[in-house]
Ligand binder design. Structure first.
Ligand code: IPD
Ligand code: CA
Ligand code: CA
Ligand code: CA
Length: 256
């Protein structure tokens, strides 16, 4: 089941990538959602429809939580649940035409099964799960090191860092340096490749589902700032980091 699931998702994300690259050859229509920093495009909507269609056909019994909200919201995690972010980093997609991802995370009864992050412009697919070591384009990668915060770069939410919310500005200063990418998927990809020691942001379930599932294969710690487990039915601040850095980030957040 897991092998077939992984093969299906890898094929869908590969096809998604081609569809997005094709869509980028014609003008993209951009609309705002809750405000001027919260965008959605026709490409987000089309790609979500494509992925949801594939999932519904292959796994008719599954629930689907997808950002651009076509289906009923998932209200419990029983059974097989797919989390879909059709374009993660829509602002980057619009402004940079790079540094965005397509993500799918799959959970069974609330436990991670499999995650996949497609970095569209670099053609890099990061995959993994609790029983699947992390891989880049199908090739296993070295497992990220459990570095101290001071010895690693930290992916951080721009607004939280700038406002020192939960001490995140100070925490970023205590790391080797802060990096603000504007895409949760790109941050989880970088953690998986050992380029960041952690990532802190306010995130929705579809922002974190794929990365958290991949991280389950290499000891990534994901929690709320108070150490409570992340609930995939709710948005909130997520601290995702390798164990030593995770402990230090929580300690420094609670010192506020
Ligand atoms: C956003 C990105 C961004 C994060 C935002 C998310 P979207 O996702 O992941 O890095 O800071 O909170 O909403 O809306 O572009 O899919
Ligand atoms: Ca969005
Ligand atoms: Ca999105
Ligand atoms: Ca997102």
């Amino acid at each position: 089941m897991l092998k077939a699931l992984a093969a299906n998702i890898e094929a869908w994300l590969t096809e998604s990538r081609t569809r997005i690259l094709t869509a980028m050859q014609t003008p993209v229509s951009v609309a705002t959602k809750t405000g001027r920093n919260d965008l959605v495009t026709n490409v987000d909507a089309d790609n979500q429809a494509f992925l949801v269609g594939k999932i519904r056909t292959a796994y008719p019994q599954a629930k689907i939580e997808a950002e651009e909200g076509t289906a009923a919201k998932v209200t419990d995690l029983d059974g097989l649940v797919f989390f879909v972010d059709p374009i993660d980093g829509t602002m980057n997609f619009v402004k940079q035409r790079a540094n965005f991802a397509v993500m799918i995370g799959v959970y069974q009864d609330g436990a991670p099964l499999y995650g996949a992050i497609m970095d569209v412009m670099r053609n890099e697919l990061v995959t993994g799960g609790p029983s699947l070591p992390p891989a880049l384009n199908g090739q296993p990668v070295s497992l990220p090191l459990d570095r101290l915060l001071k010895d690693g770069l930290l992916g951080a939410s721009g607004p939280m860092t700038i406002h020192n919310y939960l001490n995140l500005g100070d925490i970023a200063l205590a790391s080797s340096g802060a990096r603000i990418s504007g895409s949760a998927g790109m941050e989880f990809k970088a953690i998986t490749l050992g380029q960041l020691v952690g990532y802190v942001s306010y995130l929705q379930p579809w922002d974190i589902a794929a990365g958290m599932a991949i991280g389950a294969g290499f000891g990534l710690q994901c929690s709320r700032p108070d150490g409570q487990p992340v609930d995939l039915l709710q948005a909130g601040v997520v601290v995702a980091a390798m164990p030593q850095a995770h402990a230090e980030i929580l300690h420094r957040m609670q010192a506020k």
